[in-house]
Design a protein around this ligand. Structure first.
Ligand code: MLT
Length: 245
């Protein structure tokens, strides 16, 4: 593999399997880890913050001897990407912010996460699958794709899910950070995203000094998975234009 290192950080309650279509992006060295307690990663043994996941990502880069990478974060992965940009900006070559947002949870969103933690502790993964699955893809997604996403969700561990919910509830607002991020950024969003709608991405682009927006028409929250060709072309153009590292 040649080209810039790209670290892909998945969303909640998913795994790196959502990035399988992005392996086709050539001229990049892809790193696609599972966050703790998701996919094949061991569950966390203690509560986590978004900064803890960010530290995990830097440790992975360290163990691969990668000093500087493009960080591509999908939704919760975007929250982690912003934490990485805040903590170690010199290690970030560029950002790809996918169906995500910079603002913190409001009180209602935080309360819903705490309720979900209780439900998952009592009933397992079912409640989170019921809540998330109908909102992750557009209404036009094929039943086959819906089943694939459901299978990914159901591999998640209870402690992985509850730790991630608590970490997202406690994450800081990154609005003041965005104007200080000078590296090139690509902000991508599905036109049908109901979790982080297009307006969230437009606001991030307005606050970032060096960002461009790409709207994936007809895709929901998992825009990379639902319309991989459109998504991959946008990323390929961004990497070719901006990333000579
Ligand atoms: C995600 O896709 O990672 C989550 O929907 C993010 C969130 O719940 O804020």
């Amino acid at each position: 593999m040649s080209g810039p290192p790209v670290l892909w950080i998945h969303g909640f309650p998913l795994s790196s399997d959502v990035f399988i279509p992005q392996r086709a992006i050539s001229d990049a060295r892809h790193f696609m880890p599972d966050l703790r307690g998701f996919g094949s990663a061991a569950p966390p043994s203690q509560p986590l913050s978004i900064d803890d996941y960010s530290n995990d990502m830097f440790s992975l880069l360290d163990s691969s001897r990668v000093r500087k990478a493009v960080v591509a974060g999908l939704s919760m992965g975007g929250y982690i990407a912003l934490a990485m940009a805040k903590g170690n900006p010199e290690r970030i070559a560029g950002l790809i912010l996918i169906d995500t947002r910079e603002v913190a949870d409001n009180q209602a969103a935080r309360a819903k996460r705490l309720e979900m933690i209780g439900a998952v502790e009592r009933e397992g993964i079912d409640p989170v699958a019921r809540d998330m699955l109908p909102r992750l893809l557009s209404r036009n997604a094929s039943p086959e794709l819906v089943s694939r996403v459901e299978a990914i969700i159901r591999r998640s561990s209870v402690t992985g899910v509850t730790a991630a919910l608590a970490a997202m509830a406690g994450r800081p607002d990154s609005s003041q950070l965005l104007p200080r991020i000078e590296v090139p950024a690509l902000v991508v969003v599905g036109s049908e995203d109901v979790i982080t709608p297009v307006a969230d991405s437009e606001r991030m682009v307005a606050r970032l000094p060096n960002a461009r927006l790409h709207v994936v028409e007809g895709a929901g929250h998992l825009s990379n998975l639902e319309k991989p060709r459109d998504f991959n072309e946008a990323v390929g153009r961004f990497l070719a234009a901006e990333m000579q590292i």
